[in-house]
Design a protein around this ligand. Structure first.
Ligand code: G3I
Length: 385
């Protein structure tokens, strides 16, 4: 059976010859036999290599789109609520919690045999915290009040779900991608700094959910322009280790962005810095989780066949490099079908052609990206841990 290693070697080895040829032609020659993987559920393809496969799902999609929910149930053995565990959804006021939507997603996932991840216990950016928290009066002992608010939140959520949730994005996106510095929030200002705030979040989660994998989750990626972000995340992860902060894994979100039709030389250029980053992370003893895979189809022609091919080849090349790390066992997409992706609403294409960022199209038909993910999982080295 051909392996990711054979295939990547071919891509990189051929880079000199194929400097500007479409990647597709290089890949086609080395494509492993994936007959049958299209018919097999992605969770089953993943399980053969001892991976798990999943997606984010929103309450709206779950309750209003039964065909989509059925697709998720067929393909996945891992699930994460797209929004419903965030402070903005869970904390309407400083003294109340609104669990019903998250509970519905968790119950549905469990009923369909899925493990459910928790996303997230602290999205450390003012923009994504509830308005009441950004304007909060921390009183005469701000440090104590900030500590109380944060620990109460994490304690309440993690103790409510107990061992039903075995992996949490404890902290999400604390690093500013522009310069790699840490964001400040009302909480961290009151608490006396960002690092103590993030450390407190992880220590609280470890004490309340000692069984759970604790993850720092961020979107530093392999495309050009991510150097400061990657460096900032590495500094943060080093600091966690130095201070003994209980962090088990890095959540590699994997919101990929195509730069044009991927070529072998283009992929080879991205691979070096990406490997250096993942090497540094894993040498510090962190596990890896692909938490939010999707693709912004930038700089690709509107033509659907060409665009889908570009997205699929870019995804395949990325996964071949990333899934080679034995510290990675879970792969989650941020939505399985184009009709439920956040990207169209946040960042439409310049030419206004509807985005095609996920594995299934708006009619829930599989796209080349689906085959690329299946092939990458099928070719990944088998997990032994
Ligand atoms: O539900 C309301 C609806 O009632 C209202 O009419 C509408 C008008 O704006 O807003 C709806 O809420 C939106 C919600 O998505 C559901 O569609 C929010 O405004 C919008 O902010 C929210 O965006 C989410 C975003 O995180 C912010 O929380 C996206 O769905 C979600 O995909 C995105 O996910 C993030 C991850 O958590 C972290 N990594 C990046 C990823 C993508 O941005």
């Amino acid at each position: 059976m051909p392996t990711a290693f054979n295939r990547r070697d071919l891509i990189v080895g051929a880079a000199g010859l194929l400097a500007s040829a479409p990647l597709e032609s290089a890949l086609a020659a080395a494509m492993p036999d994936v007959a049958g993987t299209e018919a097999a559920a992605l969770k089953d393809v993943a399980a053969r290599r001892r991976f798990r496969f999943g997606t984010a799902l929103s309450y709206g999609a779950l309750t209003r789109d039964p065909a989509y929910a059925a697709l998720v149930a067929r393909q996945c053995d891992l699930l994460v609520a797209e929004n419903e565990m965030k402070w903005q959804w869970l904390r309407p006021t400083p003294t109340t919690f609104a669990f019903d939507r998250f509970d519905a997603i968790l119950g549905w996932g469990e009923a369909h045999g899925m493990a459910v991840r928790g996303h997230n216990l602290l999205w450390h950016q003012p923009k994504w915290l509830p308005a009441w928290l950004n304007a909060y009066d921390f009183g005469s002992a701000p440090h104590r009040e900030a500590e109380r608010l944060l620990t109460t939140h994490i304690d309440t959520v993690t103790r409510r779900y107990g061992t039903r949730i075995k992996s949490y994005d404890v902290v999400n996106e604390a690093v500013n991608p522009k310069d790699g510095t840490l964001y400040e929030t009302s909480l961290s200002k009151a608490l006396g700094g960002t690092e103590p705030t993030l450390d407190l979040a992880f220590h609280t989660a470890r004490a309340a959910a000692p069984h759970a994998q604790l993850v720092y989750n961020d979107y530093m990626s392999w495309e050009p322009g991510n150097d400061a972000h990657r460096a900032g995340v590495l500094r943060l992860l080093e600091g966690f280790r130095r201070r003994g902060t209980p962090v088990d894994a890095l959540g590699v979100q994997s919101h990929l962005i195509t730069q044009g039709l991927p070529t072998a030389s283009h992929v080879a250029a991205l691979e070096g810095p990406w490997r250096q980053f993942l090497d540094a992370v894993t040498h510090m003893g962190y596990a890896l989780v692909v938490t939010e895979l999707d693709v912004r189809d930038n700089n690709l022609p509107a033509d659907i066949a060409v665009r889908d091919r570009g997205v699929a080849d870019f995804t395949r090349a990325y996964l071949d490099v990333t899934l080679a790390y034995p510290q990675l066992t879970d792969v989650l997409c941020w939505g399985l079908a184009d009709r439920h992706s956040w990207i169209e609403g946040f960042e439409p294409r310049r030419d206004r052609a509807p985005r095609r960022p996920t594995l299934y199209d708006t009619a829930l038909q599989p796209k080349p990206m689906r085959a690329a993910v299946a092939a990458a999982l099928a070719a990944a080295p088998i997990r032994t841990g």
